[in-house]
Design a protein around this ligand. Structure first.
Ligand code: SAM
Length: 193
């Protein structure tokens, strides 16, 4: 939260945010899955999105998220829910723009999570996930060893990008813009007309 308040969105989140630039977010509804403190939601609301729904698995962000929403005076435009989106997607309404920023890599069942997100996307799905390269696999492999040593149940996944795009395509979404960074790939996918 302090870093966001001092410096705004981090580099990867800014790249994800910029993917929406060719589209007007004014008047659009937003659904962010796994958005943590909700910084991206605030940025989209400030850019004119009408409402934002956050579906976050971990409850520990909620106090900080509420403080940021309060400071921004956006209480009436954000709806925060704590749940596993892949399991409970049926309880969530679709939105014009859906975001999964660095979330697919935290979830074992990529087709279930990505498929549910794609199903909930009316217009634009914004994604970031680790690029599949030897160095990302090495970094993630080392991180997973450390997590196991610390007896954490959390695990990081480098799901094959082809399968991520194929899952979205099954739900009618086609890549519009894809940028491969050193570690993160960011992509926008659009519903075919
Ligand atoms: C690496 S963090 C990224 C947070 C934020 N999007 C960012 O980029 O700074 C991944 C987040 O996704 C959430 N998450 C993972 N699987 C989820 C699911 N199935 N439903 C909702 N949230 C999920 C985790 O709780 C975590 O907060």
């Amino acid at each position: 939260m302090r870093r966001y308040q001092r410096r705004g969105l981090d580099h990867t989140s800014r790249r994800v945010r910029r993917l929406a630039d060719p589209y007007s977010v004014r008047g659009r509804t937003l659904l962010e899955i796994g958005g943590g403190i909700g910084a991206m939601q605030l940025e989209f609301l400030r850019a004119g999105a009408v409402t934002a729904t956050s579906v976050e698995l971990t409850p520990t962000y909620e106090d900080v998220a509420a403080a940021l929403i309060h400071d921004a005076g956006l209480e009436d435009r954000v709806n925060r829910r704590v749940m596993d989106f892949a399991e409970s997607a049926a309880q969530v309404s679709p939105a014009d723009v859906v975001i999964l920023n660095r979330v697919i890599c935290c979830y074992p069942d990529m087709p279930r999570l990505t498929g549910a997100a794609a199903q909930h996307t009316r217009e634009l799905l914004l994604l970031s996930f680790p690029r599949r390269a030897w160095w990302t696999q090495a970094v993630v492999g080392l991180a997973n060893v450390s997590l196991r040593i610390m007896r954490r149940r959390f695990h990081i996944f480098v799901h094959p990008p082809k399968e991520i795009f194929a899952t979205a395509a099954q739900h009618g979404l086609r890549p519009a813009d894809v940028h491969r960074g050193v570690f993160w790939t960011v992509a926008s996918l659009q519903r075919a007309a």
